[in-house]
Design a protein around this ligand. Structure first.
Ligand SMILES: C[S@@+](CC[C@H](N)C(=O)[O-])C[C@H]1O[C@@H](n2cnc3c(N)ncnc32)[C@H](O)[C@@H]1O
Length: 271
């Protein structure tokens, strides 16, 4: 087990803006406090599209899960699950394929509290405390193993979570560790904020998130599309690749593209 000094989340401190609760506010949720709303409003002033992006991210999650069900996947591990909202992974997956098993993982105590209350709706769904920086501990968790059979294909989703990791925390190696731990025919999904060329908004947003995260971690927001593409090494990216997630298999009318902040997403198969 690797030790990781320095908290990347604020626990129960309601005076400290918290990324999960800020995301909840962008989505119009109620699980946020004054400090979260103040920080989130500052982000919205710097980059108003952040709200559209949060909504687009959840829509991407829905399309990705439906795609994975179509590929025959019936087991999902959602790492960095976030505060429960509508159309969480188990709702989408179990509607498309009843009996699909879903394990939610997060390291934030507030997320875990809400997730246990709202997401553990049935025997096929569980919430597990875990840190994406320790993927093997997550996969070894007995509560996860009760639901997920790692001898069969599984989808591991890391949506909007790896950009909270500093470069030194080697997010690419985390994806590779997961890739090597799952059987062929499994899928890995990643969505990640990517740096626009010369965007000013990202600097302002970075500054705000530095108060909610440790300063090194927020450096993950500076990754380029190329940097994150490298995370998919040894995997087969399904069409259309790692793209602006509003353009990933859009259903019906394409969602509005973002202006200054870019969120990219992709789903890849372990060959
Ligand atoms: C923006 S939310 C993403 C929610 C959801 N995955 C989505 O795409 O809509 C990011 C979540 O990642 C969690 N997170 C951040 N760092 C993490 C870590 N090191 N391990 C596990 N979860 C982490 C946060 O607590 C938060 O709930």
């Amino acid at each position: 087990m690797t030790e990781h000094p320095g908290p990347a989340h604020a626990g129960f401190d309601i005076e400290q803006p918290n990324p999960a609760r800020m995301s909840d506010y962008y989505l119009g949720g109620k699980d946020n406090f004054a400090a979260d709303r103040a920080a989130a409003d500052a982000v919205i002033r710097a980059a108003p599209e952040v709200r559209t992006l949060a909504v687009a991210s959840r829509a991407f999650l829905g399309r990705a899960v439906r795609f994975l069900v179509d590929q025959g996947i019936r087991q999902f591990i959602d790492i960095g699950a976030g505060l429960p909202t509508q159309e969480n992974v188990h709702q989408v997956a179990q509607r498309a394929a009843p009996g699909s098993r879903v394990v939610y993982v997060d390291h934030d105590p507030i997320v875990l509290l809400h997730a246990r209350a709202l997401l553990e709706e049935n025997a096929d769904t569980a919430v597990v405390e875990g840190d994406v920086r320790r993927p093997l501990d997550i996969l070894a968790d007995p509560r996860l193993r009760k639901l997920i059979d790692l001898d069969r294909p599984v989808a591991v989703l890391m949506f909007s979570v790896l950009h909270y990791l500093a470069h030194g925390e080697k997010p690419g190696e985390i994806v590779a560790t997961v890739r090597d731990a799952v059987v062929p025919g499994s899928y890995i999904g990643v969505s990640h904020l990517v740096t626009p060329p010369g965007g000013k908004a990202i600097e302002d947003v970075l500054g705000i998130y530095k108060s909610a995260l440790n300063a090194n971690a927020s450096a993950g927001f500076r990754r380029t599309q190329e940097d994150v593409l490298g995370f998919f090494e040894g995997l087969e990216l399904v069409e259309p690749g790692f793209v602006d997630l509003t353009k990933w298999r859009p259903e019906g009318t394409p969602e509005a593209s973002s202006a200054q902040l870019f969120m990219y997403g992709g789903i890849a198969r372990r060959p």
